[in-house]
Design a protein around this ligand. Structure first.
Ligand code: PFF
Length: 476
């Protein structure tokens, strides 16, 4: 079934509830959970970050996802169309979403490429020299050429899937490999927890030291919540547009949020105890999953090799089910708004993404242009994760709270009164007032703090871009 393209006539609907939950969870669960969450938690002080992250997921993430599903199902349209048909002045929110999709796809496939490369590397003897695993990773990602090959391969898989509509193969692969990845993460966690000194890792992850909280930690937690749940760029909104009228939106939102968050926490449990046991720094950065996990597998002998290969296959597929949803947001825009054919839309979008990815990949080794002393990889990450997604989420809430009709929303969420949602008023207050204000405060404080670490300029640039989207959206 074509799950995300947005041609209104004959739009498919999800044939089964579980199909929808799996597809939305497929978008949510990805590199954000297994690669980004652990190292971001490590860089932001562990427990304190994790507790704020959980609070944001439950209060803000849940509410925004419900809003996106409701707006999507109500309008039956994808990111740009949903806003445009309701009120042209809001079109820019959809455009901002498309831009976010493009920019996230400017670095996501680079890391997706690393994951595929690790299937090959693990199969060809990486684990036989455990001491060299760390150096091998840093050497690999800093190499100007090697990662480009894997990134290209990864992008090619995306193109194949999206070209035919999100269908058959990837959904089936996801259904088998996601539970498998979950099980492997559990095995890795148990192995890690059995190492001497492992408890310090759990403590780091779950015991909050609130003195470590500052506004940049809070902004990082907010960004992580949005990124991980695929919110703030119209992706879940588009998915919601395919949801059948009788489905329970609240329950679905709860399931997707719970699945996504448990994978992230499990990835943390799989990595931190082992890291502490190995005497590594929690702030080791983006290489965490590619260094710690292979080291753990290396300790397990033969079975470790098999599990490691399966782990990186699972990680690649998890990444793929997320990035196809990102690519699709851009493709749907080109088809619906610009009249492109699907093939042209996919090739155009992925062509631009490939160029961005080349810049991002090169920037890791210190090659290529920089802006405010920041390389392309970090620029794309900063703009989307720290600014666009959170502001996009804020705008979706404002749109639903101030532009849509309260009783219509209630009808949508409760399926015309058939489903009970006792917290409707709380949710409504949250999206209308509390979440927008909270996001504004966190964003402003985060941008201010960003100046201390040379990130402020890039964040200001992000805000300017949002303004420009607002001004020029009518032309787009
Ligand atoms: N949620 C995905 C992950 O955690 O890897 C990334 C992502 C997908 C972000 C789709 C945003 C999006 F619209």
């Amino acid at each position: 079934m074509d799950t995300t393209s947005s041609t209104p006539p004959n739009r498919g609907t999800w044939s089964s509830k579980i199909g929808f939950v799996m597809a939305a969870a497929g978008s949510a669960v990805g590199l954000g959970n297994i690669w980004k969450f652990p190292y971001t938690a490590g860089e932001n002080g562990g427990g304190a970050f994790v507790s704020i992250y959980l609070l944001f997921v439950i209060v803000i993430g849940f509410s925004v996802m419900l809003t996106e599903f409701a707006v999507g199902r109500k309008t039956g349209l994808s990111a740009v169309g949903a806003f445009k048909t309701t009120d042209r002045r809001w079109t820019f929110v959809g455009i901002l979403g498309v831009l976010s999709g493009l920019l996230i796809m400017g670095f996501y496939p680079v890391v997706g490429g690393w994951a595929i490369a690790y299937i090959y590397k693990v199969s060809t003897g990486l684990l036989s020299q455990p001491d060299a695993i760390g150096d091998s990773f840093s050497g690999f990602i800093a190499n100007p050429l090697q990662p480009l090959f894997w990134m290209g391969l990864y992008l090619f898989f995306n193109i194949l899937v999206v070209m035919r509509g999100v269908s058959g193969g990837i959904e089936k692969a996801g259904k088998v490999l996601m539970p498998l990845l979950f099980i492997i993460l559990i095995i890795v966690s148990i192995k890690g927890l059995m190492l001497p000194g492992a408890m310090a890792g759990l403590e780091f992850l779950f015991k909050p030291d609130f003195s470590k909280i500052d506004s940049s930690v809070v902004l990082a937690a907010l960004g992580q919540a949005f990124f991980s749940l695929s919110l703030g760029m119209g992706c879940m909104l588009t998915y919601g547009s395919y949801l059948r009228k009788q489905e329970n939106l609240v329950q679905t939102t709860a399931m997707v949020t719970a699945m996504d968050t448990s994978v992230a926490l499990l990835a943390g449990i799989a990595m931190f105890p082992a890291m502490f046991a190995f005497g590594m720094e929690p702030s080791a950065g983006p290489g965490l999953v590619f260094v710690v996990v292979p080291q753990l597998f290396a300790e397990m002998g033969e079975i470790g090799l098999v599990l490691a290969i399966l782990f990186f296959i699972g990680l690649s597929v998890a990444a793929l089910t997320s990035s196809v949803s990102l690519l699709e947001v851009v493709v749907a825009y080109l088809i619906d708004e610009k009249g492109f054919s699907r093939i042209t839309a996919v090739l155009t979008a992925s062509g631009v993404m490939a160029l961005l990815c080349i810049l991002a990949s090169l920037s890791i080794g210190g090659f290529g242009p920089t802006l405010f002393h920041t390389g392309a990889f970090d620029i794309f990450d900063l703009l989307t994760d720290k600014i666009f997604l959170a502001i996009g989420g804020m705008l979706v809430c404002l749109f639903a709270g101030w532009r849509l009709d309260r009783s219509e929303l209630k009808k949508e969420i409760t399926n015309d009164g058939k489903v009970s949602f006792p917290l409707f008023n709380v949710w409504y207050m949250l999206i209308k007032y509390i979440i927008p204000v909270a996001i504004a405060i966190v964003a402003i404080a985060g941008v201010k703090a960003g100046f201390d670490s040379n990130k402020g300029e890039i964040m200001i640039l992000g805000l300017i871009i949002i303004g420009l989207c607002g001004i020029f959206s009518k032309k787009l």
